[in-house]
Design a protein around this ligand. Sequence first.
Ligand code: ADP
Length: 534
Amino acid sequence: MKPTKVAFSQQDSAAETSSGLAALRAIVGAQHVSTSYEDRLAASDPYAPAEWEEQMLPLAVVHPGSTEEVQALVRAANEHGLNLWPVSRGKNNGYGGQSPRSSTSVVVHLGRMNQILEINEELAYAVVEPGVSFFDLYEALGEIDHRLWMDCPDLGWGSVLGNALEHGIGYTNYGDRASSICGMEVVLPTGEILRTGMGALPDSPTWHAAKRTYGPSVDELFMQSNLGIVTRVGVWLMPAPECYAHGIITVPEDAHLEPLVDLCRKFVLDGTLEGQPVLFPPMAAMTMMMKKKDIHPEDGPIPAEVIAAMAKAFGLGTWNVKFPMYGREAEVDLRLETLRRAVEETIPGGAVVVQKYRGLPPLNSSQSEKVHAGVPSLDMLEMLNFLGGDQPDGHMMFSPILPFTGRHAREVLDLVDKALSKLGIEYGTNFVMHGRYLTGLCLPYLPKGDVAVAERLLKALQALIVTAAEQGYAEYRTHVLLSDVVADQLDFNNHVLMRTLESIKDALDPRGILAPGRAGIWPSHLRETGIARS
Ligand code: ADP
């Protein structure tokens, strides 16, 4: 299967495109607009094989430096019939990176807009522009001695704002990152500026403290969508706890998966467990610490007994849960003891290992200890060297949402195995635990430059998305090449959800200039011509 990206032209005129690009240059300065192959390649999917390039590369890349420039770009795009595809720092790797859905889109890279506009210690929030990375925010919080802690995903190089808009996941109490956003500034497809929530009241001191004002809230409409370019958000922070504990629950048998998940649900719901604990197989940890050739120097997936022996050597179980706890030390100790007793009583051979800190864990602690305390790192990049080729490999994610029960976790693991085990590639599935649901993060490796594997994997994922939907599971996030198939599964009452989103798209963006096809939402002229969802 080839990627089903569409290469359409709105106006179909090279002259119009070049006058459009000239207009963009006049707005941001010629040095901030690039049509070079290298820059377009950098604004694409870093994991896609070279054979897909034609469809993955954007038309050009533009780097605005201010909200006013973003407004002017949007107006010029309307005038010249250009498509704009906004990214913040563009590290959406595994889901298509910066690559737009259509190769006639211009990537609007917001990395130059990188100001931390406010850190409000009293109300525990920060206000950031799109180009602010997790490393930037962490460094700024260092200036107030980390009295406030932030949340971050596994890799710290992405954008605080962009990752939250993409429904990114972190691991602290603020790890549902979209929910920790409060108050946005958005450039609408007409070029007008909208401020959400309390921001509708000029100079309101509660813009980034309270999410709702009178009437409907529209913030979520600008997340995983194509209805505006977000130029600033408030993000809630956590007061530094007296004590931070990081633990790992290990269980020896595969059959312990169900009781382990069900036990964790009970403790997440009653508050004994906090943050976003993660259920993981031992390979997830080993891929960061070892190379495949040191474990199993032969072709093909690593046999289960080899994995079991390695897990034992690392003190891991067949299944494991890493988790944080925060609070006063006596409270943390009480909760740890409750958890330990329950694990030991419920699961034969189950154990809990804990490390406690006063303050943040040191930078040489494990990736998991850091990320559960909101300390950004790039440690997890090491995984991409696991297969041991000349260059780092890639991956393409399958990320379903499922009820927080052992039974459903098993069902999803079986679905994934059925779809991927025959491909002969390495993959593993983690489950991030939220209140009442799990997010499955299945990560199949994409060996660098192997187009045959990439095409087989894409096809298998497409089929898996459909089968999973038949069993009631939809994705929380997907690769740009799979956005239509994921959106197509949301078909209750003749796709009324997608039809409603399309009506909103047509009302806010009548010329369809902003990110056509993003999240499966296409503007009317492309729906009518049948180009959309081809
Ligand atoms: P990160 O660098 O944090 O991983 P990205 O910049 O890659 O995040 O953004 C992820 C996705 O979210 C992008 O592909 C884009 O579709 C959307 N997005 C990012 N920033 C914005 C923004 N400022 N306004 C609207 N959509 C955005």
